[in-house]
Design a protein around this ligand. Sequence first.
Ligand SMILES: [Zn+2]
Length: 218
Amino acid sequence: MTNLIFLAPPAAGKGTQSKRLVEKYGYVHISTGDLLRAGRNDGTERAKRIIDAQDSGGLVPDDIVDELLKERLQQDDCQKGFILDGYPRNAKQFETLKGIFNELNITDYLAIYFDISMQEAMERTLGRQNCPKCKRDYNKFYGPMMPKEDGICDDCNEALVTRSDDNEETFKVRFQTYLNNIEPLLKGYEAENHLVKVDANRESILVFEDIDKIINEG
Ligand SMILES: [Zn+2]
């Protein structure tokens, strides 16, 4: 299967799409968070460096993340196809990944850009709600996740609580920062004919149909 690199701004729905692709095709999902969790627990000197960095509130050095990724991509399960989620997210990682792919002879891959407007992404983010009783997730601005009655859980009639860490300002900064960082990646993948874009402003089922088509057309 064609390996996938997800380039998705906040709230573009990449988590939902990953889950569907894993279920339908058996893709291996690889996120930086997963790599670091595994790296913390492998009992090596490197694990100590990861633990020290994370527990002191710092960032894990890039070279460690790069190494963890390279090791992960060499494991057997990745041979049938993987989704890279959250890496690369800047020009430096883009170059690093290119080097890793060259070394491991990985040539069949596509970068999928989840094209979503800032307005749509912001509404989805700020509209997040959940039910304090049954924990079901809702979104007051996103059709498929809206409660039947505004602010009330469909299942247990409880009042929903808003659960966004963002406000308009912090969201806009986070969104724009992401776009600025991946701009060189979009250009890079496009120049190599490895870029496809999906319109992520729509319902997730429609986005999935597009991705499905892209994979099957290779
Ligand atoms: Zn409920």
